[in-house]
Design a protein around this ligand. Structure first.
Ligand SMILES: [Zn+2]
Length: 243
């Protein structure tokens, strides 16, 4: 406590708590419809649908309905199409099969991503699988009007659940072929991955609001714990996931 009297000590401690509360505040900006969008890339946002919450893997794509919600939140399907597609296949074996296949695809992709982030290489088996998926579920193009001009846009049919692989397979292929592996990395504090699009290229956390502040708060607490009685040290409140 040093030479400060009890009231000064209490004031300092209250100020510490206020500062930590501010640092630990989590913004809703990283979340959309209950999913995280911090990857700066569709394939990374898909991989990030299984974050760790309180140190445990937490599946956000828990069922067919949440899978469709993620596609809506990712702006891959619009709300009206999403509702009718979800209802048409709800409780179907095909929807369950696609959901399980999505989990497997995502976890395989996670392993490939970690390896690629390390040495820039991809297994030939992965290339074959991605090519097979893109061949079976290709993204299509169509011409449409935009004001007074015409543009071509990508689309995929929503005829059966497995069609949902179309944008994901292409996104994964684009990730490995178009991005610099040195600019794609896992958060230092959690399992989320991101594409570092900053000018300086030194982003370390999935999000300043999620992990950056946690690390800062922990460092702040560690620095100040030596100044105070250990039992008086403010505790780091777990950030609210999702907000
Ligand atoms: Zn993180």
């Amino acid at each position: 406590m040093g030479t400060d009297g009890p009231s000064k000590f209490l004031q300092k401690r209250a100020a510490s708590k206020r500062k930590m509360k501010t640092l630990a505040k989590v913004s809703a900006a990283d979340w959309r419809e209950g999913f995280l969008f911090v990857g700066n890339h569709l394939a990374l946002d898909f991989i990030n649908t299984r974050p760790e919450i309180d140190g445990k893997p937490n599946e956000l794509l828990t069922n067919w309905s949440s899978l469709i919600r993620w596609f809506r939140a990712s702006k891959l399907i619009d709300a009206r199409d999403g509702v009718s597609f979800e209802c048409s296949w709800a409780e179907s074996k095909e929807a369950q099969k696609t959901l399980r296949a999505m989990w497997t695809f995502r976890e395989n992709l996670r392993k490939d991503l970690l390896a690629w982030e390390g040495d820039g290489r991809i297994r030939s088996e992965t290339l074959r699988e991605l090519n097979a998926l893109m061949s079976e579920h290709p993204m299509l193009k169509k011409i449409t009007s935009e004001g007074a001009r015409f543009i071509t846009v990508q689309w995929f049919p929503l005829q059966q659940p497995s069609n949902l692989f179309a944008p994901l397979a292409l996104a994964a292929a684009n990730l490995f072929s178009e991005l610099d592996p040195k600019r794609v990395r896992k958060c230092e504090h959690c399992v989320l991955h991101f594409h570092d699009t900053s000018k300086i290229g030194t982003r370390r956390w999935c999000s300043m609001r999620l992990c950056g502040n946690r690390v800062k708060v922990a460092a702040y607490a560690a620095r100040h714990s030596s100044d105070q009685h250990r039992t008086d040290s403010p505790r780091l409140s777990p950030a609210k996931w999702p907000p």
